[in-house]
Design a protein around this ligand. Structure first.
Ligand SMILES: Cc1ncc(COP(=O)(O)O)c(C=O)c1O
Length: 465
């Protein structure tokens, strides 16, 4: 495989215009391919300004769960905007906030009787850690402030959330500005360190958490944050029940609060409202949600905790946290309509059923492709890992950026895929296979065919001449 060859293929096959100097809008690196300009969307599909249609393979960045144009959500949005698009929770209570809180806490189940809404995942993660700190203070444990997180992981891009994020690619530039927080290894199921099996590695990772708490000094450790099913940073790694319950046991033993970051895995995506619900003996103290909870119709995040945890803080001055847009009525009304729609159309069960069908379809593709090394995940939170050699699990040449190549080929082919190489590719190269929760069986087949075609293009690109 030659770099030059790939580059020329990319140019020829993709024919993508390159970005020049940024003008008013800036984001991407100079020279990266120019992206299509959105015209409109309907259900699982988008159209660009040139009339080209795209299948949304990943629900945007695993957020757009209901697709575009949902009538109930649009009606709720208009009705709330007409009444009061904005009313600050510091000045007004709102029915929209109350209805959404009741519904979300009902769906989350026992132990999550209180909800606090913010504008996204990073804000929710930061709010959860502030809640944890105030919880410790109510118990007279002011020495607790460290939040242990995992490597690899992603918990957000704001500086506070970035201290927890286990993705060196996103952190390195900002490192001097970040407080250092302890990191422990996260279980893996495909690429394992030498001499480990999946089981022995998950045991080792749990033991590492306990060692870390002890070496940091348990009296200084406030919380442990983890994604119960991995997101983009690990490519949908599902930890086994042993690890989940052992982490719960260790956190309880040392009085460390357990936070599950369900920004990607929550709101029905894995076939349960919370991914935490898959292992009932490993329930966290605090849950963080975002993305699917408002399905991309409005920026929204949430922190869920037990009545007793929140009541203790309420009786000690209240939660010292707030943002201009927290629990704003418009977003809450939208979130409520999104969840009602999910319930009416059984979309959580659909995530489990279509997820199983899609996983089988991806396994078939793996059988026939020499570059698909692993398929993993749960429900509709799946990932496809690309490898240079299936036998040895060897990586592609780093300069190639196989993920970006596949993504661009798919785009040309009408498939919109969410992927970003994380941790400089240290843990592998994968693509998020996370279609909308409204997907049906026929669309699963359509998606399989589109991916099969893209894999063929990908293989042609990598052929040496
Ligand atoms: C697990 C997880 N936590 C936190 C975040 C941050 O969310 P946001 O981008 O909404 O700030 C993300 C975003 O992808 C995520 O996947």
């Amino acid at each position: 495989m030659r770099q030059q060859n790939v580059q020329s293929w990319e140019e020829k096959l993709l024919g993508m215009e390159r970005l020049g100097e940024p003008v008013q809008v800036f984001f991407k690196e100079k020279g990266s391919p120019r992206l299509p300009c959105i015209s409109h969307g309907e259900g699982l599909y988008f159209w660009d300004k040139d009339g080209k249609k795209y299948f949304d393979v990943s629900s945007g960045p695993v957020a757009n769960n209901l697709g575009s144009g949902n009538k109930r959500v649009l009606a709720a949005m208009a009705a709330q905007a007409e009444n009061a698009a904005f009313a600050f929770p510091g000045q007004f209570e709102s029915e929209a906030n109350e209805c959404l809180s009741n519904l979300v806490t009902d769906l989350a189940g026992d132990g999550f009787e209180r909800a606090f809404f913010v504008s996204g995942g990073s804000e929710a993660v930061e709010s959860a850690t502030k809640l944890a700190r105030q919880c410790a203070l109510t118990k007279g444990q002011s020495s607790r402030w460290k939040v242990i997180s995992r490597q690899p992981s992603y918990h957000g891009g704001t500086l506070g959330a970035l201290t927890l994020t286990g993705d060196s690619q996103m952190r390195d530039v900002f490192k001097p500005m970040l407080k250092s927080m302890p990191k422990v290894r996260a279980p893996a199921t495909y690429r394992l360190p030498e001499k480990y099996t999946v089981e022995s590695f998950s045991r080792a990772c749990a033991a590492e958490l306990e060692d870390c708490i002890k070496s940091e000094g348990a009296e200084t450790v406030l919380a442990f944050i983890m994604e119960p099913i991995g997101g983009l940073a690990s490519g949908a790694v599902v930890s086994d029940d042993f690890y989940m319950t052992e982490v719960r046991r260790i956190c309880s033993k040392y009085g460390v609060l357990l936070i599950h970051d369900e920004v990607m895995s929550g709101a029905g995506r894995t076939g349960k409202f919370l991914a935490s619900n898959h292992c009932i003996d490993a329930q966290p103290d605090i849950v963080v949600l975002a993305k699917g909870i408002a399905a991309g119709f409005t920026p929204m995040g949430a922190v869920l905790a037990s009545g007793s945890l929140v009541n203790a803080i309420s009786s000690n001055g209240g939660f010292l946290n707030g943002f201009t847009y927290f629990a704003n009525p418009l977003s809450c009304a939208i979130g409520y309509a999104v969840l009602q729609e999910m319930l009416d159309y059984n979309l959580i069960a659909n995530a489990a059923e279509r997820g199983a069908e899609f996983k089988n379809a991806l396994e078939e593709l793996k059988k026939y492709s020499k570059y698909v090394g692993d398929i993993r995940g749960k429900g509709l939170l799946l990932a496809l890992e690309l490898v240079a050699d299936k036998e040895t699990k060897s990586y592609f040449d780093r300069k190639l950026n196989a993920v970006a190549l596949f993504q661009n080929l798919a785009l040309k082919n009408g498939l919109m895929i969410y992927a970003r190489r994380t941790n400089y590719g240290e843990f592998g190269d994968w693509l998020m296979m996370t279609p909308l929760l409204i997907i049906n069986s026929e669309q699963v087949r359509e998606l399989k065919n589109g991916l099969a075609k893209t894999l063929k293009y990908f293989e042609r690109c990598l052929q040496t001449d």
